[in-house]
Design a binder for this molecule. Structure first.
Ligand SMILES: O=C(O)CCC(=O)C(=O)O
Ligand SMILES: [Fe+2]
Length: 215
């Protein structure tokens, strides 16, 4: 697959958007697997819940944990795009957002190889990019459809903040990828009502601690 044809030229370098990266069946399987995990797998924050797979990134190194088979399928699918400079993905953060929930402006920081790849399930959302200055000037908004993959690299990873506003519906304003949205019915709507969204953020954590079980 040639990723370059999915580059969004209206955004700072570099943004890729692939609609329908997974099928409806795959989306359902992801949701089923995520929701079949025991309750303690979830980390509950004030405005979302999350699950870590592959370990929890740490500055001293991530203690690697085995990745379940159902999830490895999608990591392989991302790895096939060769967007991690020869490295393989080894960590997945699953976020669940109810309609009205979001994530504050942030950068993903130095614990990750500076590439983000995110699969959206269950609902669309709008990912917003802002300048990392006092004024937090708007840079661009990206419509993430369910079943899509978004890739963030380079300046867009390191220089700009990304966030998801806490709202129950999105107005389609200043959407940088509107031309290439897969579901053309979405584009003709003025407002999109959010549902529960489960996102899989698939990344590479360079620093991994090998845990010796036997000596
Ligand atoms: O859910 C998303 O698409 C974004 C999540 C995110 O930015 C993060 O967990 O760092
Ligand atoms: Fe992030």
């Amino acid at each position: 697959m040639d990723i370059e044809k999915y580059k969004i030229l209206g955004a700072p370098p570099t943004l890729y958007y692939i609609p329908n990266f997974i099928t409806e069946d795959e989306e359902n399987n992801i949701l089923k697997s995520v929701y079949s995990m025991p309750k303690p797998k979830w980390t509950c924050l004030s405005n979302r819940r999350l699950q870590d797979y592959g370990g929890v990134p740490h500055e001293k190194g991530m203690i690697a944990e085995p990745i379940p088979k159902w999830l490895q399928t999608y990591m392989d699918k991302v790895d096939a795009l060769n967007i991690f400079d020869g490295k393989k993905t080894n960590q997945v953060l699953v976020n669940e957002y109810l309609a009205g929930q979001g994530i504050m402006p942030h950068t993903d920081g130095p614990l990750f190889h500076p590439t983000i790849s995110t699969i959206s399930c269950g609902s669309h959302t709008v990912l917003e990019f802002k300048e990392n200055s006092e004024h937090r000037q708007k840079v661009c908004n990206v419509l993430l459809e369910r079943r899509s993959l978004v890739i963030v690299k380079d300046d867009l990873y390191s220089k700009y903040l990304h966030s998801i506003s806490e709202r129950e519906e999105d107005m389609l304003e200043d959407i940088v990828n509107l031309d290439v949205v897969g579901d053309r019915n979405l584009v003709s709507s003025v407002k999109l009502k959010r549902k529960t969204r489960v996102s899989l953020t698939i990344r590479n954590v360079p620093k991994v601690l090998k845990v010796k079980l036997f000596t």
